[in-house]
Design a protein around this ligand. Structure first.
Ligand SMILES: [Zn+2]
Length: 247
């Protein structure tokens, strides 16, 4: 099933496609209104780009505002996005930056979690190695395509799929949005591991692609109600959970 030869490869250092962030546009519009109460509202587009730092850019071109936010900000609280919107727009229109926004952004940037995530992603982008989808017993692309047919009508675009380097038990699988890659622990790649276990794990990660992290107020919503309802459609959910518990 569409086997790709490389079993050992690093992600190419190209910028991944930009993600549009329509949810953030109203925040920019509101901050624009605060800074320029009477000026006409220009069209604003906000996108995420893969940056290895918290870089953000703002440009005014032919009456339109283009904002690029680091994808490290994808899960940031709304107050932080608002602070960034204010700072960028104030710079663009040469207005003074409100200290409260400045402080909020600086606090966020300095917070341990962000620092760690920045380091992790920087490290991952610099030297992360991927081990490819072909295991000793299971081929992740084959499992993905069969789940794609069964649960997604074959419509889900296939991300990079790779086995983890080690037989990790703490992280059994995760979807790395920055690299559009699903990583699955090698503990599932052995004959004692039933097919429904790897299927369940991959299915869960595929649902993360289908239901991206959303903001509910100030909270990140990772496993939404819709996510969980869809997850329950997996026929051997109980067996898979029991198997994972025993690992
Ligand atoms: Zn999850």
């Amino acid at each position: 099933m569409g086997r790709k030869p490389p079993t050992n490869f690093a992600m190419p250092p190209v910028l991944r496609s930009k993600l549009v962030a329509p949810d953030f546009v109203p925040i920019f519009q509101e901050e624009y209104r605060v800074l320029r109460p009477r000026a006409p509202m220009p069209p604003i587009s906000v996108r995420f780009r893969r940056f290895t730092s918290l870089n953000t850019t703002i440009r005014l071109r032919e009456g339109q505002i283009f904002v690029s936010l680091s994808d490290l900000l994808e899960g940031a609280p709304e107050s932080v996005i608002r602070a960034i919107a204010h700072i960028l727009l104030a710079k663009l229109y040469k207005k003074s930056i409100e200290p409260v926004h400045n402080a909020r952004y600086k606090r966020f940037a300095a917070s341990a979690a962000v620092t760690r995530q920045t380091e992790l992603i920087r490290g991952a982008r610099g030297r992360k190695r991927y081990f490819g989808p072909e295991g000793r017993f299971y081929h992740l692309e084959e499992v993905f395509e069969s789940l794609n047919q069964r649960f997604f009508g074959g419509l889900m675009g296939r991300p990079e799929l790779t086995w983890s380097e080690h037989h990790a038990r703490r992280s059994l699988g995760h979807y790395d949005a920055a690299h559009n890659t699903i990583v699955v622990s090698r503990v599932f790649d052995r004959p004692s591991s039933p097919r429904y276990a790897i299927e369940y794990l991959l299915f869960h990660e595929m649902l993360h692609l289908k239901h991206p992290v959303r903001m509910r107020g100030l909270r990140r919503c990772v496993h939404s109600r819709e996510f969980k309802a869809e997850e329950r459609q997996f026929p051997q959910l109980k067996e898979a959970m029991a198997f994972i518990k025993r690992l």
